[in-house]
Design a protein around this ligand. Sequence first.
Ligand code: SF4
Length: 207
Amino acid sequence: MIPPASKDQMPVWRGDGKVLQVNEIFYSIEGEGLRVGQPTTFVRLARCNLRCFFCDTEFDSFREMTLAQIVKKVERYSATWVCLTGGEPLGQNIAPLCRALVRAGFRLHIETNGTIDPDPVLCDLIEHWTVSPKRRKIAEGLTHITELKYVVGQAFHEDVVDEHRAKYIYLQPESSKPQYIHKALDILTRHPNWRLSCRIHKILHLP
Ligand code: SF4
């Protein structure tokens, strides 16, 4: 049973999961965090419950796809890993899709903004959880976080880092701007176990 989303996390769109609103499906190399460099098929789910000012994702456009259509498209690519991203992928009911992809032999990674409690069944289906918190409080239902990835911009302060929620902490300079790279490097001098995340797919001009 999917836990209801709290009011301050609305709007969240959760149906029966047989048809999903998909922005795009594409093949690339994972460019951020612990899985950097691994070939990956990205399934970008449409829509997001937040509106971050630095967001560069066109998540409002979508086409509706059945699970069979999504799996068929993912199977065209050679990657073993599938990354569910967005927008906010936990805004839709992705449990049926995750079951279908795992059944087809894929390994799953999700990138979420940390504001929505997932369906608990997802904890067994998804191996790699990236939470990029866009609010101070991370949803309690996110119990299997692999890595926390914080965007370091003008307003970012290291006190917000919730070190106990994940083994790996990444700092990612907002839009790779030099002043935020310097800010992240400075913070790392005080937290030598945290890591810098650079978006290598942007540097290499990959999708
Ligand atoms: S949470 Fe992510 S996808 Fe949503 S608006 Fe913010 S940066 Fe964009």
